[in-house]
Design a binder for this molecule. Sequence first.
Ligand SMILES: Cc1cc2nc3c(=O)[nH]c(=O)nc-3n(C[C@H](O)[C@H](O)[C@H](O)COP(=O)(O)OP(=O)(O)OC[C@H]3O[C@@H](n4cnc5c(N)ncnc54)[C@H](O)[C@@H]3O)c2cc1C
Length: 403
Amino acid sequence: MNQVIIIGAGPAGAYLSLILSQRNIPVILIERRKSFDREFRGEILMPSGLEALRYLGIDEKLDQVSSHLPGHMKFFLNKKKIVEINLKEFLGAQPLKAISQVELLETLVRECQQHPCFKFYRGASVKSLIKKDNRVRGVHVLLDNGSKKEIYADLVIGADGRNSIVRRQCDLTPYEYNTPMDIVWCKLPKQEDWHGVSAYAGQGNLLIAYQTWDDQLQLGWVILKNQFKDLREQGIDAWVELMADHVDPVFGQHLRQNKSSMSNQFFLNSVSDCVERWSVPGAMVIGDAAHTMSPVGGQGLNIAMRDAIVSANYLVPIFKKDTLYLKDLDEAIKQIEVDRMKEVRPIQYKQSIPPKIILNQTLLGSLARRTIALLIKLPFVARVAGKNNNDFLYGKTKIELTV
Ligand SMILES: Cc1cc2nc3c(=O)[nH]c(=O)nc-3n(C[C@H](O)[C@H](O)[C@H](O)COP(=O)(O)OP(=O)(O)OC[C@H]3O[C@@H](n4cnc5c(N)ncnc54)[C@H](O)[C@@H]3O)c2cc1C
């Protein structure tokens, strides 16, 4: 029987598993974590990600996933508000959403389980790939109960994130982009009259704050790479003071008052990379395993699902044939990379620009920020800038599920 192994039930793996199992293609999904309630992994779905979800045809179930629709986006420079965008007007019928990634993944997997061709190993870790005659043939898995298992398939898909075992064992060398930033995340109670998303720039730092799906406030304190050690040594009180000093006085007061209620503190080593090739005979990578996305512009989830759509477009016809030809399969997985690089490369390039301006602590950086702040107030410039940034919202290429 022709089957696919997918390693990793993150957005890329869970999404692709569902499309394939909906089309009756045998899929084995292997996820090392027992619960999706893992570390914070991002919750902003762009219109492109929401469109991807609609292709699954399970809107009613996805509507049950906890979410928040932000109404406004505000930008501050040196504590002063420079622009406020009404997202409902700006985005119209295609909004962006903060969602619970945990609930989203549970919903996708539950839906996969409706299909008899789907098998899920939860709490099972892929330890190595099985290779024979220059081809990946399957995986060695350590199961939840401690026993070991060999599983064979025609195709092994690594949707196993930034530390992908498929990447390592197939020698898929990453090309790393220079990301000058890291982020410290935390959650705290929401200010009563808080709405939507705010970004506070100035003095070479950036604080992002948005209302979460569970009615709290998610903070992301963007720092220069390698600054975290100093920050940790100074302690939480000093960190809160830094942030409070960086924002408007009312929000600053809120941060000080709620510092004892801060939760989910999490340091993100920001990485942006892309492997030089996405496949070898019998195996391929998608999502963060192929291209770890920088957090700029909240792209990772969306791009991961769009990788899955393109993968399905190529793989379904091959797995649906009476006879599976490995030559066709290997050619198809190469094409997936070609198609996806048309989007991934330009998006990663665009993601690299804002940190260079926002985190620049020289006079030139300050000048650049002030100039942008002045320009952005002009309605014409705001409209053009909005259009140019649409790749973050709608993606760079047109992606449709065609199978
Ligand atoms: C703190 C943070 C905030 C972010 N914010 C956003 C955001 O707001 N919007 C956005 O779009 N993106 C965001 N991102 C990026 C986004 O989370 C990732 O790009 C996205 O999760 C990638 O999806 P993926 O399925 O490729 O990989 P992952 O989500 O990393 O999933 C990989 C899965 O593989 C499993 N796995 C790994 N190795 C093995 C193995 N050997 N065996 C079995 N299973 C294995 C892991 O447990 C994991 O579940 C953020 C990322 C971080 C870290």
